[in-house]
Ligand binder design. Sequence first.
Ligand code: ADP
Ligand code: MG
Length: 477
Amino acid sequence: MRDKAEYIWKNCLNFIKDNISEHAFTTWFKPIVPIALEKSMLTIQVPSKFFYEWLEEHYIRLLKVVLQKELGHEARLVYNILMEKKAEQDSHPHTMNIPSIGKEKMRPQEVQAPLSLKPREIKNPFIIPGLRKIHIDAQLNPHYTFTHFIEGESNRLARSAGLAIARRPGGTAFNPLFIYGNVGLGKTHLSNAIGLEVKEKHPYKTVLYLSAERFTQQFIEAIKNNTRNDFIHFYQMIDVLIVDDIHFLASKKATQEAFFHIFNHLHQSGKQLIMTSDKPPIDMQDMEQRLISRFKWGLSAELHTPDYETRIEILKSKIYKDGLSVEEAIVEYIAKYIHTNVRELEGALISLVAQASLNKKEITQKLAEQTLINFISNTRKEISIDQIKKIICDYFKISAEQIQSKTRKRDIVQARQLAMYFAKEYTGASLSNIGEKIGQRDHATVLHACKTIKNLSETDKMFRYYISDLRKKITTP
Ligand code: ADP
Ligand code: MG
């Protein structure tokens, strides 16, 4: 009987193989084991309920055609679902697979899907809502688009890598894409934008966005319900997986392990991975080395604090999007004083608009000053080029004359470049203005300095430390 089942199933597979991609065939049909054939009823064993649902969802038509071809119009299909047996004791770590007795017959031929059947209920399968509907909800925030993600020097690399990925998910060298940066600099926005753009350009790709925190919760739940394999299996089907705030997995060994398996499977099958984090891979602590090394396989791109011009652009875009009207001078005022991150920038603008409408006042310079006091009271009011120069000279123990001089001594040059970099970031001054005040240079020199510092911050750990230390000194009163 089994031989017969095997024979029929082999014929079915030959036909199926020619009709779907090799990858789909390997994933969804190879693991199936033909169990029995009774009259025109074929019983097949599938690894999980999830698997069964996937077959029903995606391959029911194909199965119907092939089974009717082999077994005639009376063809029926019965699924036998493997279930994981609970590990009984801790000392017995391997879970065993035992076949369930679920031998329910499928309903006789019905209108739409004659091969469907009611599965035996399995306790607590790990099922993400929406999965049964072919469509997996990508969980993307529809507002976080590329259009609303303003481009600037601070995010250019990450943004353009994101666009390239959206064109060819899994098909670029940026796999994984690891986006990192401090809070409020746009990690969540940008990673969502990539997901949205993929959906737009490749509607048939399965995209999923979630935070590492949610991933962890789901994993814990899956362990509790003894559905770890289903959990991993589910994630291994995604075409573009976006995990936000991956640093959350620090010290969570079992979750890291699960993510490791998912990562490997997706990466090997040419699927795209995107992760965000508050620090670069090398600085991650309590994260398994093999994961860290994988994070570095593709591209790590940092989101920096936006410079003055980008801050203006972001504010203007927000003002336009929300249909507000705010005078140019006030936009400049906000951009000048709020330089921590984009979230604060938006927060300041929203407070100002709220203040104005609550009190039925115009948005004036005075109102802006009053409102922003809350935002800037814990930061230095206005940062001048001279202040920056002084902080840097003190930090590196060099004199004001040295930083102004023409010397090419390496440490002096770097101090000068740092001063230019921070001046560009924190003051509203133009490049030529900065150059004039720091060492009598031209605007091209300043631009070059900013690029050099940015590069060094990405490649040199010590330098990154200097920058963050100096940034603290510059922005705290
Ligand atoms: P993170 O995840 O890095 O903490 P978010 O992605 O949540 O930061 O961004 C904080 C806020 O700033 C969001 O409202 C986001 O839309 C906005 N934002 C960040 N970067 C940009 C940008 N380049 N252009 C426009 N808005 C931005
Ligand atoms: Mg975020």
